[in-house]
Design a protein around this ligand. Sequence first.
Ligand SMILES: Nc1ncnc2c1ncn2[C@@H]1O[C@H](COP(=O)(O)OP(=O)(O)OP(=O)(O)O)[C@@H](O)[C@H]1O
Ligand SMILES: [Mg+2]
Length: 258
Amino acid sequence: MLKAERLVKVNIIIIFRKYCAMSVHSQLNVIQVSGLTKQVSTFEGNLTILSDINFSVKSGDSIAIVGASGSGKSTLLSLLAGLDVASKGDVILDGQSLNRLDEEARAKVRAEKIGFVFQSFMLVHSLTALENVMLPAELAGDKHAKEQAITLLNKVGLSHRLAHYPSQLSGGEQQRVAIARAFIGSPKILFADEPSANLDTHNGHLIETLLFDLNQQNGTTLVLVTHDEHLAKQCNRIIHIEGGQLEKISQGVIENVG
Ligand SMILES: Nc1ncnc2c1ncn2[C@@H]1O[C@H](COP(=O)(O)OP(=O)(O)OP(=O)(O)O)[C@@H](O)[C@H]1O
Ligand SMILES: [Mg+2]
């Protein structure tokens, strides 16, 4: 073989190995965030809410996002879950570039892979607690939606409130309904915005146990926004956001799975 041919062959092997390494890497990372920036236009001009955020989350990891009020945590969570679109950068969610998908395709990804607990709960006010929890499973054509919803409402301590409408529930009860709804269908990734914010110690503990049971038993990746230091420390890693920028990433008390 000629020297030049050998050189070409060696280069091809190097490129192939790099490609394989990249594939393995992206398989492990269920979320890959690169250069994520969010700007909105306001009366006072362009406002940058998030600026050049970069990090990755391995499958089965538990991540807490912490930071002061207004630092951009909810905005970040919405972008990670494909509920909002980035101004720059991208989120690769389970191998799919969210930037390249239209709203319909992002809705499909959300329905198939994601559970989301909104900071403001976002329950459907014309549906009962049971119907709210059943809804995502029913839309997915699951025949066991009702049994699953009852089991989940039981787990969040609300078996006595199945027929209540959101307006007939306390803030903490609405939050627990929202959590039960996010769990239905055993999502691959669960995003929760301040899941324990309105709960007393007992119910906070109940939700915390539920979240980490799901993480450990089903391998569900958890991404939680929280002001609760205790909850944050239960996670593998803590992402600190300050003024729309990633300040640092620290370790929680649980060892990394990856
Ligand atoms: N659509 C928008 N238009 C203008 N400003 C916005 C918009 N969305 C968010 N912001 C601003 O961006 C900043 C970050 O908002 P975000 O809701 O992400 O904060 P947060 O860290 O979740 O705060 P909190 O802990 O209070 O929930 C806030 O100052 C907010 O006012
Ligand atoms: Mg918020």
